[in-house]
Design a protein around this ligand. Structure first.
Ligand code: BES
Ligand code: MN
Ligand code: ZN
Length: 505
């Protein structure tokens, strides 16, 4: 089996730091570590690419143990001197196989690698429709490349490093997999940037620090960067962004990045609250530390910008990041305050913890003024989104069915889930102001929807916009482990969406 046609070896300059380079495997190349074979129930295990001895051994075990490939089943075959462990993983029936299940499998594989202290990993995906397309292959390769990710900036390395990961393409899939490597690597690096930034705690990741990282990114990719501090924000009449940042010694910033001179004009906007204490409407103590991730939208935008630049996509891309720290204090804004946003609309602040929509209001106004053909905004905006969708998907709001469809598809192909939510006029009624044009708080129920209705007020004049509430998907809460921390959710969807848009145009 195998032969020259399926062999591909990476040259040394293709090896990267950061995410592991997704390398297409040479047949029988693994000499130590773990071989993870994904098996669907209704097809024989994909043993074809293994070395003849391993394939024979695995085949025997499969026979004798009546292996079926049922979900969550696992079968270990130790080979020869024990340097290589082959593990078959059940992925269930093929008609049920989607990226989230593949991702769950890979996360389990990562855990098994860590437990076995395997230095190398060879992933053998099943032959399957979802994994056979260019986008599907890129998603799998990227997820494999990210299996070695850990945020060890502030601690000794948390687990023995996975030094090399490889993927054996499905039969007849080698061309597709080789072709998908570039996208996979760019998205993996974008996600790594987004995760590193979002994981950085509030005492370091202040608005000024994030702005500095954005500037550094711009220098690296040849983008134009503008960073506006408090004085310029006042000149820009961004009173809502200033109000949110007023209680903190770490003053707010607005970052604007611009790259590309040809192609569709696309605006990306990301919420960058570097820490959200709730302000005067202080949050309760439990899990408040997680509010360091409240800048994840802005971080995902930076990751996407990096990936787009690396792939050289022909778009005129502009990114807008409102950055502020929401803190209580003697100078903090307060419930009852009225602020005049850049748009001219006044907002009655009924809860200082509904701060994301305030800083976004000013940034969205600026973005829309510059006349983008499409605008996509990402924010960890509401706890209500987590109530609705849990941690399994992000909420999508858009008045444009075409854009919504493309985004849903882009997300699905990229292994990220979006679920479309309503922009009903009743939610707009709930945020009608009393002493101002608007209030920043709706009624008790449907909080994600009233927040979206609020944002919509600042995108008038833009026909094609989408708001992604990533509150439930931007990080994994809980205890340390391979999954803990920021996810970089949104980077893959944005890149896939742009790729699809450029393909169609
Ligand atoms: N950053 C939070 C939203 C959030 C909460 C994201 C929990 C992820 C997990 C946002 O600024 C916020 O505090 N929203 C309030 C809005 C409310 C005061 C209308 C919320 O969701 O409770
Ligand atoms: Mn808040
Ligand atoms: Zn917030």
């Amino acid at each position: 089996m195998g032969g020259a046609a399926r062999c591909y070896t990476a040259s040394p300059e293709e090896t990267l730091s950061g995410p592991l380079r997704p390398v297409i495997a040479e047949q029988g190349a693994l000499t130590r570590g773990l071989v993870a074979i994904g098996c669907v129930e209704d097809a024989p295990p994909p043993l074809g690419g293994l070395s003849p001895e391993l394939a024979r051994l695995a085949g025997q075990v499969v026979e004798s143990r009546g292996w079926t490939g049922k979900t969550e089943r696992q079968l270990t075959v130790s080979a020869g001197d024990g340097a290589v462990t082959v593990v078959l993983y059940g992925l269930g029936p093929s008609r049920e196989l989607e990226h989230p299940r593949v991702k769950r499998w890979l996360d389990r594989v990562a855990g098994d690698c860590a437990a076995a202290e395997a230095p190398e990993l060879l992933v053998v995906p099943p032959v399957h429709r979802v994994l056979g397309t260019p986008a599907g292959a890129a998603t799998l390769l990227r997820q494999v490349a990210l299996l070695g990710y850990a945020f060890d900036e502030y601690r000794k390395p948390s687990r023995p490093a996975l030094r090399r990961v490889r993927v054996l393409p499905p039969v007849r899939g080698e061309g597709v997999y080789r072709g998908a490597r570039k996208t996979a690597a760019a998205v993996a690096r974008g996600i790594t940037l987004a995760r590193d930034l979002a994981n950085t705690p509030g005492n370091r990741a202040t608005p000024a620090w994030i702005a500095g990282r954005a500037r550094a990114l711009a220098r690296r990719i040849g983008a134009r960067a503008q960073v506006h501090g408090p004085r310029e924000l006042a000149r820009l009449r961004m009173a809502a962004l200033l109000a949110v940042g007023r209680g903190s010694a770490n003053t707010p910033r607005l970052v604007r990045l611009e790259i590309g001179t040809h192609g569709p004009a696309v605006a990306l906007v990301g919420k960058g609250v570097t820490f959200d204490s709730g302000g005067i409407s202080l949050k309760p103590g439990p899990a408040m530390d997680e509010m360091k991730y409240d800048k994840a939208g802005a971080c995902a935008v930076l990751g996407a910008v990096q990936a787009v630049a690396e792939l050289g996509l022909p778009v005129r891309l502009r990114a807008y990041l409102p950055l502020a720290e929401n803190m209580p204090g003697g100078r903090a804004f307060r419930p009852g305050d009225v602020v005049t946003t850049r748009s001219g609309k006044t907002v009655e602040v009924l809860n200082t913890d509904a701060e994301g929509r305030l800083i976004l209001a000013d940034a969205l106004t600026l973005a829309v003024e510059e006349g983008p053909e499409a605008l996509v905004e990402l924010s960890t905006l509401t706890g209500a989104t987590v109530v609705a969708l849990g941690h399994h998907g992000a909420a999508l709001y858009s008045p444009d069915d075409g854009l919504a469809r493309t985004l849903l598809r882009a997300a699905e192909d990229g292994g990220e889930r979006l679920w479309r939510m309503p922009l009903w006029p009743e939610f707009r009624e709930e945020i009608e102001g009393r002493h101002a044009d608007l209030r920043n708080l709706g009624g008790k129920w449907g909080g994600a929807n009233t927040a979206a209705a609020f944002l919509a007020e600042f995108m008038e004049g833009c026909e094609s916009w989408a708001h992604l509430d990533v509150a439930g998907t931007a990080w994994h809460p809980g205890e340390p482990g391979p999954l803990f921390g920021a996810t970089g959710f949104g980077v893959a969807t944005i890149v896939n969406w742009l790729l699809a848009t450029l393909d169609a145009g």
